[in-house]
Design a protein around this ligand. Sequence first.
Ligand code: FAD
Ligand code: NAG
Ligand code: NAG
Ligand code: NAG
Ligand code: NAG
Ligand code: NAG
Ligand code: NAG
Length: 496
Amino acid sequence: MVLLSLLNIAALSTCAAAQNLTVLQQTLSAHGVSAVYQKDKNYTTVSQAYNRRFTISPLAVAFPTSVAQVSSVVAAGAAQNLEVVARSGGHSYIANGLGGTNGALVVDLSKLKAITVRPSNNTALIESGNRLGDVALALNAAGRALPHGTCSYVGIGGHSGYGGFGFTSRAWGLTLDTVKSATVVLANGTVVAASANVNPDIFWAIRGASPSVGIVTSIEVQTFKAPASATVFQYSWNSLSIAAASTAIAAFQTYATTKIPAELGAELTLSKGPSSGKVAFVFTGAYYGNSVALNTIIAPYLKNLPKPTSNNTKVGTYINSVSFFAGPQPVNTASAPDVSDTFYTKSLMTPQSAPMSTAAINAFTTYMATQGFASVTSWFVQLELYGGTNSAINTVPLDSTAFAKRDTLFTIQLYASSATGAPPYPAAGFAFMDGMVASIVDNSPANWNYGAYLNYIDDRLGVNATNLYYGPHYARLKSIKARVDPKDIFRFPAGV
Ligand SMILES: Cc1cc2nc3c(=O)[nH]c(=O)nc-3n(C[C@H](O)[C@H](O)[C@H](O)COP(=O)(O)OP(=O)(O)OC[C@H]3O[C@@H](n4cnc5c(N)ncnc54)[C@H](O)[C@@H]3O)c2cc1C
Ligand SMILES: *[C@@H]1O[C@H](CO)[C@@H](O)[C@H](O)[C@H]1NC(C)=O
Ligand SMILES: *[C@@H]1O[C@H](CO)[C@@H](O)[C@H](O)[C@H]1NC(C)=O
Ligand SMILES: *[C@@H]1O[C@H](CO)[C@@H](O)[C@H](O)[C@H]1NC(C)=O
Ligand SMILES: *[C@@H]1O[C@H](CO)[C@@H](O)[C@H](O)[C@H]1NC(C)=O
Ligand SMILES: *[C@@H]1O[C@H](CO)[C@@H](O)[C@H](O)[C@H]1NC(C)=O
Ligand SMILES: *[C@@H]1O[C@H](CO)[C@@H](O)[C@H](O)[C@H]1NC(C)=O
């Protein structure tokens, strides 16, 4: 029985994947689209995943130079029922920019790099082949800025499609919250505009689940005045006991919901300590107001911790702060090649209305200080402050975008690399990370309404993925998907 159904599935998927490469090549070349195929010499380079835990063999990687060419590639893929995926910066944690599995037609957007800043209404039109660092530089040259993550090589396409958190997000929201309109190539190759008034369902869906809905070729975003001053801070403790680290996390929860200003962005980073029973601990962030106020603002938090091992505070311009957090990589991504890593990541978004209990925090820090000390991986955990008082992320009404978690206090990223950063990722590293998440979840109420963050995408959540990622928005996403992509051309692990 089992064997038979496996065979059936194999037969079905072979059939669905049946393709005529000659026809694909002829079609793309007739439209003037350059593409790299498996036999080509550049194939290994263009199909390398950022996360080297994945070795993926796409059918082809196409490099369209215009929206019309993107449309031609999608139509050519759809005609053969291929799996079609966009790649912007290629930083998906599970190589979804390459399809996540073998055989996809990859639409690499790196040739679509225009950025137009429009002073008349402070919007910017950003094509999806841009990376965050280059976006920050182009906007900053016009005195403007956008909320987004810290790694300059991350692509704006994936980032703005699933979220986009950085230290300005408490003041300005997620990257996706700044999107006013977009140009989208649908599964049948049709190019549509999407905004609050035009194709509102698509506009809703691309702000939280764009990879499943279409290929966004550009976004129009509302920009913000680049702050006159940005103060970055980094307080480090080389060795905290389980009790001290637990107090520090619990105090961060309490502190965040006292009257902290929107201009304060912050996170806690925990990693392996110097001995079993200890963790290393860092409190980092930026303050985008008058630097003189910062010490007073963070003093109520720091008083819960012992004296730090070191303290690095720097006052500078907004773009100085972008550069500080991008370090050691440059902000201008044309100036150096990208790096790579071999890793497994999980995430957990904690509800602000039901913060972690003392028991959950104690179990979590105990796990990091003991199993974490013993682990063969090189790991870190980041508790990013999404919520707290005055957070712009959580004031956006839940149903106004597809992003499913507007009651988030922390997005916790749990990240483990192979010891050298090169393959292979150790097999024990999966259970190690699963156990770390479980240390929190198993010590929380059974109905605890936590979530997971799609930009830290994990393909091992099984049946829980739908709820953790898309929550109450899954049904609406499914129905939009059924209308605009009925054959599931845009398919990949953990998609809608
Ligand atoms: C070093 C590093 C640091 C990071 N820091 C942060 C951070 O500070 N804050 C944060 O929020 N996240 C952060 N992330 C996570 C990052 O936001 C995600 O990995 C993001 O999805 C990557 O986008 P990409 O375009 O580079 O990836 P890709 O692999 O190109 O794409 C990711 C997914 O989006 C789809 N996609 C890409 N472009 C488009 C498009 N134009 N239209 C439709 N679908 C598209 C792809 O098909 C794929 O499914 C970080 C990641 C890394 C590797
Ligand atoms: C692919 O299509 C071409 C052109 O239509 C045709 O000549 C060829 O036989 C096809 N190949 C396969 C394997 O179907
Ligand atoms: C292959 O790579 C070389 C060197 O990077 C580049 O000049 C060339 O344009 C690439 N060819 C294609 C088809 O992408
Ligand atoms: C902003 O201005 C540009 C022209 O400068 C216009 O095309 C665009 O529609 C405007 N956007 C909004 C959101 O008003
Ligand atoms: C951290 O350093 C800054 C700048 O040197 C200083 O103003 C501040 O008092 C220090 N704070 C602590 C807690 O050491
Ligand atoms: C799904 O969640 C349940 C309850 O937390 C857990 O027991 C189970 O292991 C999870 N499944 C996967 C595949 O993670
Ligand atoms: C393409 O799909 C969209 C969304 O379903 C639909 O509105 C449009 O009519 C389709 N275009 C063609 C040419 O079939």
